[in-house]
Design a protein around this ligand. Structure first.
Ligand SMILES: Cc1cc2nc3c(=O)[nH]c(=O)nc-3n(C[C@H](O)[C@H](O)[C@H](O)COP(=O)(O)OP(=O)(O)OC[C@H]3O[C@@H](n4cnc5c(N)ncnc54)[C@H](O)[C@@H]3O)c2cc1C
Ligand SMILES: *[C@@H]1O[C@H](CO)[C@@H](O)[C@H](O)[C@H]1NC(C)=O
Ligand SMILES: *[C@@H]1O[C@H](CO)[C@@H](O)[C@H](O)[C@H]1NC(C)=O
Ligand SMILES: *[C@@H]1O[C@H](CO)[C@@H](O)[C@H](O)[C@H]1NC(C)=O
Ligand SMILES: *[C@@H]1O[C@H](CO)[C@@H](O)[C@H](O)[C@H]1NC(C)=O
Ligand SMILES: *[C@@H]1O[C@H](CO)[C@@H](O)[C@H](O)[C@H]1NC(C)=O
Ligand SMILES: *[C@@H]1O[C@H](CO)[C@@H](O)[C@H](O)[C@H]1NC(C)=O
Ligand SMILES: *[C@@H]1O[C@H](CO)[C@@H](O)[C@H](O)[C@H]1NC(C)=O
Ligand SMILES: *[C@@H]1O[C@H](CO)[C@@H](O)[C@H](O)[C@H]1NC(C)=O
Ligand SMILES: *[C@@H]1O[C@H](CO)[C@@H](O)[C@H](O)[C@H]1NC(C)=O
Ligand SMILES: *[C@@H]1O[C@H](CO)[C@@H](O)[C@H](O)[C@H]1NC(C)=O
Length: 578
């Protein structure tokens, strides 16, 4: 446990002059963070507020749009996490199913929740260094936000000063990339991407520059932020590895104020920690460099789906489970949601792909479904046709939970039955969301990344989603969190030695140190202590609210703040209370 070197202080307790002086240091790029939906409301943190219908209309129309959310500091992709995590009654939500439903702002109030009341729009290392000095001097904790995609709400933190890295754009490409300080023969074909670049922009650049970037299944996820530091799966991961496998170098400003380059030749402990230890922890990453692949990788693409009638998903899951090992050896990766599947492989011909999917295609057709198996010439062609077309919803109150399902389960009759029964158990509550995105065929060298090693011998990262609405009662919210944990427990029971995906995990993951990092946790913790001895970088599930798992939603962190109880608790994501 890290003894906190300084007491925590709420931003509102600081004299205005201190903020003004910080603002001058960072070139006027200090701003106040407010919930994106605030203009719709008549009250704000218990005070009356001047609603602005024009501004509200803009929020309503952009409410579920990733591009609208990503550009607004006070908007995060999962709207719920900002509030339910901090207190019983706080929220500032519109109706995600109909954002112009006036009930959301007539019957409910707007609260600040976990949105940092101040943020710096980071343009360079200097801004970050100024923030570290400020935090150390004042006791205001720091948090980092990039594209705001985090499912655990780790890019927000009540009463913190945020460093917003979204505007660190920029991308370049080199066929002769040598990590800084490495011998010249260590040459890679690599791209270097600013922290705030979204995947859609990276893919477009890659296509225009004759290479393929291996990345996430959504346009606005930051390519060089939380995605890559927490694991980073792609539907091409089965063949080409995780984001952490492909990361060659990070430029980072560590909390001691140093700008460091971390790669296999220098700061290699930090390099290892950044390859899976998670974002928001070891410093502010300005850019990262990763391996790339040639542009032209023809992909066989399968798009299967059928209408759900009665229990007709049962046989579907049976067939999927039965074929998973074979598909794993053939390089298939993709997503299975309910009764639909979109999978790709770069390793088969079109005829081999059709044959590989014969059994499941027959079943889908027998259920009046549709089957398309087609060849697309490149990742970019796939991304524009499939990923942009079926964009994952945002602005939602979704709660995810995940488990990595060991490949051994798919190799025995007993294992397959266990898998099937676990899915049957959750079906009354949710359809599993199955990401076939583990580096099963990738030639990983053990010990090179700090994610849980479970990634490397699993086939599925399976999740179950629960949710609530703007008008859910406290009991319903608590139930959504608890149900999420119960659903994932079914997968945990049949894979007790496995792990979970940090970036898409339960907000209240039990024993999270083991789930996310397994045997790597202790070394990660020592690296955290080395680079952030004062614990300036703070975030959710840093060990600071360990009892919230038992009693979610009933702890008011504002109150804890005032009581100073966190002063006795550890800071920093890896600093679990043990
Ligand atoms: C719609 C949607 C689709 C998704 N699809 C995928 C997918 O296909 N594959 C996948 O692996 N994951 C996916 N995810 C999960 C995603 O990887 C995580 O949400 C990830 O944390 C996003 O990183 P971010 O930088 O975009 O988000 P943020 O929420 O801004 O940041 C995430 C974490 O990283 C930290 N961080 C951000 N920037 C920096 C920085 N510059 N330096 C240091 N720390 C930083 C933050 O403090 C926070 O802890 C998806 C999420 C959503 C909402
Ligand atoms: C910081 O300075 C800029 C430019 O003077 C100003 O627009 C902005 O409102 C200031 N931020 C805060 C939080 O006062
Ligand atoms: C909204 O705030 C008002 C005034 O503070 C309070 O009376 C009311 O109960 C609040 N409503 C909700 C739904 O919390
Ligand atoms: C209301 O919002 C609009 C659009 O953001 C803005 O132009 C206008 O100045 C705001 N009106 C008031 C009274 O603040
Ligand atoms: C694109 O890259 C491939 C190899 O990756 C190369 O064979 C081809 O000549 C390149 N094309 C262009 C136009 O540069
Ligand atoms: C569907 O399956 C469930 C659980 O296996 C079972 O209880 C139910 O009776 C089945 N429904 C139908 C219509 O067969
Ligand atoms: C899987 O499918 C094969 C081929 O159809 C069959 O022989 C085997 O019994 C099936 N196994 C299970 C568990 O259904
Ligand atoms: C498929 O559609 C036909 C014609 O509408 C219908 O008779 C049949 O019951 C459907 N089958 C299934 C499995 O839904
Ligand atoms: C995939 O199939 C579904 C169901 O037929 C269809 O609605 C969807 O448009 C298809 N996706 C693409 C990108 O063709
Ligand atoms: C992994 O390495 C083996 C042996 O070097 C090679 O045959 C195989 O193609 C590699 N696999 C991938 C996915 O690169
Ligand atoms: C919440 O709002 C939705 C409309 O989006 C409505 O259908 C539902 O009945 C409401 N629930 C409660 C508990 O008021």
């Amino acid at each position: 446990m890290i003894p906190p070197a300084i007491a925590l202080v709420a931003p509102s307790a600081l004299p205005r002059a201190l903020w003004d002086s910080l603002n001058v240091t960072v070139g006027g790029r200090l701003a106040q963070g407010t919930p994106v939906s605030l203009p719709c409301f008549n009250t704000y943190d218990g005070q009356s507020y001047q609603r602005n219908g024009t501004a509200c209309a803009a929020v309503e129309s952009g409410y579920t749009s990733p591009s609208f959310r990503v550009e607004n500091f006070g908007a995060y992709m999962q709207a719920s996490l900002l509030f339910s995590r901090t207190s019983t009654s706080e929220q500032c939500l519109l109706d995600m199913s109909n954002p112009s439903n006036p009930q959301a702002w007539t019957n409910f109030n707007c609260s600040q929740g976990a949105i940092p009341p101040y943020y710096i729009e980071v343009r360079s290392a200097k801004d970050v260094i100024a923030a570290y000095a400020f935090s150390e001097a004042t006791g205001v904790p720091l948090t980092i936000k990039n594209a705001g995609h985090d499912y655990k709400g780790r890019s927000s933190l009540k009463n913190s000063l945020a460093l917003w890295t979204l505007n660190l754009k920029g991308i370049s490409y080199s066929k002769t990339f040598v990590p800084e300080g490495c011998p010249r023969h260590l040459k890679y074909t690599a791209m270097t991407v600013g922290a705030g670049m979204g995947w859609a922009d990276v893919y477009q650049y890659a296509d225009a520059n004759n290479f393929t970037a291996i990345g996430g299944y959504h346009q606005t996820i930051g390519a060089s932020g939380g995605w890559i530091m927490g694991g980073g799966h792609s539907v091409l991961t089965p063949v080409f590895g995780l984001g952490v496998d492909r990361a060659l170098e990070f430029k980072i400003v560590t909390p001691d104020g140093s700008v460091r380059t971390a790669n296999e030749c220098q700061n290699s402990d930090l390099y290892w920690a950044l390859r899976g230890g998670g974002g928001g922890t070891f410093g502010v990453v300005l850019e990262s460099s990763s391996l790339v692949e040639p542009r032209t990788i023809p992909l066989q693409v399968a798009n299967l789906s059928f209408p759900i009638v009665g229990n007709n998903t049962h046989d579907w899951f049976k067939i999927l489970i039965n074929n998973t090992y074979k598909w794993g050896t053939e390089g298939w990766g993709g997503h299975i949601q309910g009764s639909s599947l979109i999978n790709v492989t770069p390793l088969l011909s079109i005829d081999q792909a059709k044959e590989s999917l014969q059994e499941v295609s027959d079943y889908v057709l027998s259920q009046n479904g549709t089957v398309v198996v087609e060849t697309l010439p490149s990742w970019y062609a796939f991304f524009t046709k499939y990923v942009l077309a079926a964009e994952a919803p945002v602005g939602t109150e979704y709660l995810l939970g995940t488990r990595l399902m060991p490949s051994s389960l798919f190799q025995t009759q007993t294992g397959m039955e266990q898998m099937y029964n676990a899915i049957l158990n959750i079906l009354p509550y949710a359809y599993p969301y199955i990401v076939v995105g583990t580096p099963f065929l990738y030639n990983h060298t053990a010990g090179t990344t700090s994610v849980t090693p479970a990634w490397y011998n699993s086939f599925w990262h399976i999740s179950a989603r629960t949710s609530f609405l703007f008008n859910s009662t406290l009991a319903a919210k608590v139930n959504a969190y608890q149900l999420g944990n119960q659903l994932v427990q079914n997968f945990y029971n049949i894979s007790p030695d496995s792990g979970a995906y940090f970036n898409e995990g339960l907000v209240y993951e039990p024993n999270y140190q083991q789930s996310y990092w397994g045997p790597n946790y202790d070394r990660l913790l020592s690296i955290k202590k080395k680079y952030d001895p004062l614990g300036l970088l703070d975030c959710w599930q840093c060990g600071e609210f360990p009892y919230m798992f038992i009693q979610p939603l009933v702890v008011d962190s504002e109150l804890m703040f005032q009581l100073g109880s966190r002063v006795n608790l550890t800071r920093g994501i890896l600093a679990g209370l043990k």
